[in-house]
Every structure is written in C-alpha cells, then in structure tokens.
Design a protein around this ligand. Structure first.
Ligand SMILES: [Fe+2]
Ligand SMILES: [Fe+2]
Length: 311
C-alpha cells in the first residue's frame, strides 16, 4: 500500500476538520476565567506595592494538590510551544487554521484561570512559580511526533484525555470547592479537545489504516505527559501518581483503553501486513501496561499499609 504524504492527508481530512470544528463550536460553552476566582480573598504582595510576601502558612491546600496544580499550570503555560508544533504541521489555512487558533485560545484561558486562582488564594509561592514558568518556557517543548501529523493527532487524542483526568482529580484533592469548580470547567474543555482529535484520527484510520495504526503504536510506546520538561518532573509525577491524580492504572483504563475502543482498533478491517503488525504491538503494549499498573498498585498499597502501621 502506498503511503499518503502529509499534504495528501491534510487534504483528505480537511472536511472532517470542518465538520468537527462546527461540532466543537456548537458544544463549547463560553466561560470567563474571572468568574472562577475568589478575588476578595486576595491581598497585595511585597515588592513595588509594599504588601505582604508569600509564606508557607498562606496556603490552605494539601502539598500534593499544590504540586499537581503547578505541573498542570506549567503545562498550560507552555502552550506557545504546542501551538508552534501544531500550527507548523497543520498550516494556517482553512478549517485547520481556524481550529488551531481556537484551540490555542482555549488553552490560554486555562492558564489564565489557574494562575489567577493560585495567586489570589496564595495557594503556591508566586516567585517560585514564575521562576519555574521561565525555565519551562525557555526550554520549550518538542516531542518526537512533530514531523508526523498522524502521530501528533494520536498523541493529542491521548494527552487531552489524560489532562482532563488530571485536572479533575486535582480539583477533587484540593478540598476547595472553588478550585474544584474551576478545574472541572477546564476539564470539560479538555474533553471536547480530546473528542475533536479522536474523531480526526478515527477518520484517518479509514483513509490510511496501515499508516494510522503504525502511528498509534509508535505514540503509545513512548507516551510521555507534556509536562515532562518541568524541573523535578519525575519526582512530581510519582507524587501525583501516589495520590491517585494520574497513575498507570488511570492511564491504561481511563485513557488508552477507551480511546482505542472508540477507534475500534481491534476490529479495523482491511489492514495490510504493516497495519497488522502495528496492531499486535498495540495489543502487546496494553498487556505491558496492565502488568505495570498492577505492580504499581501493589507497591502503592504496600506503602499505604506501612504508613498506616507506623501511624
Ligand atoms: Fe488546557
Ligand atoms: Fe486541551
């Protein structure tokens, strides 16, 4: 089977983009970041305005919630990098261009809303946060998919759903109904983003089944969250996993498996040898994830039991 070029794929998928853009615009609810921030709780900080510096005691959020909020916010902050990657791949024209602009604006709203909340409620150290943002954005973001549209589409299908789950669970763990409401609102956007990309890749499976199946296999095999470049990311993601905000079990059961099911990956007909081989790799990957998730759960349970015994 001959491979479709990037240009041919873009062209083939353009009507699907247009249709899903319309769907997105009809379903997305307009909302305003400022309505989700408890402004009257705010106090002027030190510096030019001579207020009070942030101190540890200002924050009422659990440590792990703060860690997750910082990771989630820095991920949203790095948006220009993702925008660059997606825009240079999909181009500025037509429905593709409109989608990329719209998507970028929505992600920008997420960063604004979360930062305003964190600053006003003094939930995290604003100086450390700004320094982390500078480091993270200076490094930028790139992944191994930025030369392939199919891999990029597959990646964001999983990643947007992962982000949705992470925001939602972070909200729950803060114990603050205001923060929970904000992050649920953000998570609802991420879900629509996921649906958009997932529908597109679903169409690609029909247009170029072998190529698309291979792209899915490749993306799953080296999947990393977009926050991977954040300083101390490994340590932070362990904390986040131990708290059940985003762990391997959720990654397998709530992200990878449902998206694959929506694409009906294991029943796609008409695959060539290459597509069949890729599908086998996807099945093997799911099995591997299952084992890793079970191992992780056992370790987490053992750790919890040890901590309980000590207390
Ligand atoms: Fe977002
Ligand atoms: Fe998103």
């Amino acid at each position: 089977m001959t491979e479709l070029s990037q240009t041919a794929l873009l062209h083939e998928l353009e009507p699907v983009v247009a249709k899903n853009l319309d769907r997105h615009l009809s379903m997305a609810k307009e909302w305003f970041p400022h309505e989700y921030v408890p402004w009257s709780e705010g106090r002027t900080f030190d510096g030019p305005l001579g207020g009070e510096a942030w101190s540890e005691g200002d924050s009422t959020l659990p440590e792990v919630a703060r860690t997750a909020l910082i990771v989630n916010l820095l991920t949203e902050d790095n948006l220009p990098s993702y925008h660059h990657q997606i825009a240079s791949l999909f181009g500025p024209d037509g429905a593709w261009g409109t989608w990329v602009g719209r998507w970028t604006a929505e992600e920008g709203r997420h960063g604004t809303a979360i930062r305003d909340y964190l600053t006003v409620t003094r939930a995290v150290d604003p100086v450390a946060l700004e320094r982390a943002r500078m480091v993270h954005m200076t490094a930028g973001y790139s992944n191994s998919h930025d030369s392939s549209m199919l891999r990029s589409l597959a990646y964001v299908s999983f990643q947007e759903l992962a982000t949705r789950i992470s925001h939602r669970n972070t909200g729950r763990i803060t114990g603050d109904p205001v923060c929970e409401a904000l992050l649920s609102r953000v998570a609802a956007d991420e879900n629509l983003h996921m649906v958009f990309y997932r529908n597109l890749l679903g169409a690609a499976l029909e247009v170029a089944p072998d190529q698309t199946m291979r792209a899915i296999a490749e993306v799953l095999e080296d999947f990393q969250m977009p926050g991977v470049g954040i300083e101390g990311f490994t340590r932070k993601s362990v904390t986040i996993a131990l708290a059940g905000i985003y762990d391997l079990r959720q990654h397998r059961d709530d992200v990878v498996a449902p998206v694959l099911r929506q694409w009906d990956v294991f029943n796609v007909a008409g695959l060539g040898a290459e597509g069949e081989a890729a599908r086998d790799r996807i099945a093997a990957h799911l099995d591997g994830l299952e084992q890793a998730a079970s191992r992780f759960e056992e370790k987490r349970d053992a750790r919890a039991a040890k901590l309980a015994a000590r207390a």
